[in-house]
Design a protein around this ligand. Structure first.
Ligand code: SF4
Ligand code: SF4
Length: 178
């Protein structure tokens, strides 16, 4: 084809791009931007781990965890939604406004840790369904311990081990007749 014909055709067709900040409607198969429900989140970091484009970052702190999402990096693949064990991550139809600066749409959600029922210090969030899926039918004692902060859980476990070993030693002694 003659180059002049190509140029004339392009000029006649007009611009094929949209001037910023305008935008085309998303494709029908577009999954949507990612949102997260802090009330459901376990701060496990799986969404961060599976996000290959590093659009999600989960940063644990002492009393809460920061969950960050940058739509500018997101490929809308849906892996975070598929892998979140408590369905805290969802994708909705809106993709946000146009932006000119990298990171301009980055959003942060704070996930507060619940208080330890024994000492009141922050304890990691936990979910009954995930506990069951991971460990099956656990005892009421362990179920109670999962609510505790790391320190109280360590103390409770140590005390339970000591009590069990003490009882076993007593039984052993009486069996031996000593
Ligand atoms: S949809 Fe894909 S790219 Fe976007 S945040 Fe989730 S895992 Fe990352
Ligand atoms: S959103 Fe889901 S996968 Fe991500 S940290 Fe929270 S519970 Fe884990």
């Amino acid at each position: 084809m003659n180059i002049l014909n190509i140029i004339t055709g392009n000029v006649a067709r007009g611009p094929q791009t949209v001037r910023f900040p305008g935008r085309e409607a998303p494709a029908a198969a577009y999954r949507g931007s990612v949102t997260m429900d802090a009330a459901k989140c376990l701060a496990c970091g799986i969404c961060d781990y599976v996000c290959v484009s590093r659009a999600i970052a989960v940063t644990p702190g002492a009393a809460s965890c920061e969950w960050t999402y940058d739509p500018g990096r997101c490929t809308y693949c849906g892996r975070c939604v598929d892998h979140c064990p408590v369905a805290a991550v969802t994708q909705a139809g809106d993709r946000g406004d146009s932006y000119a600066r990298s990171g301009a749409q980055r959003a942060t959600v704070t996930v507060p840790y619940p208080a330890c029922p024994q000492c009141g210090r922050p304890a990691m969030p936990y979910n009954e369904a995930v506990l069951g899926a991971a460990f099956g039918d656990v005892s009421a004692e362990l179920r109670e311990r999962i609510h505790l902060c790391e320190r109280c859980r360590r103390r409770a476990t140590t005390a339970a081990l000591k009590a069990n070993f003490g009882a076993a030693a007593e039984t052993g002694r009486s069996d031996d007749g000593r």
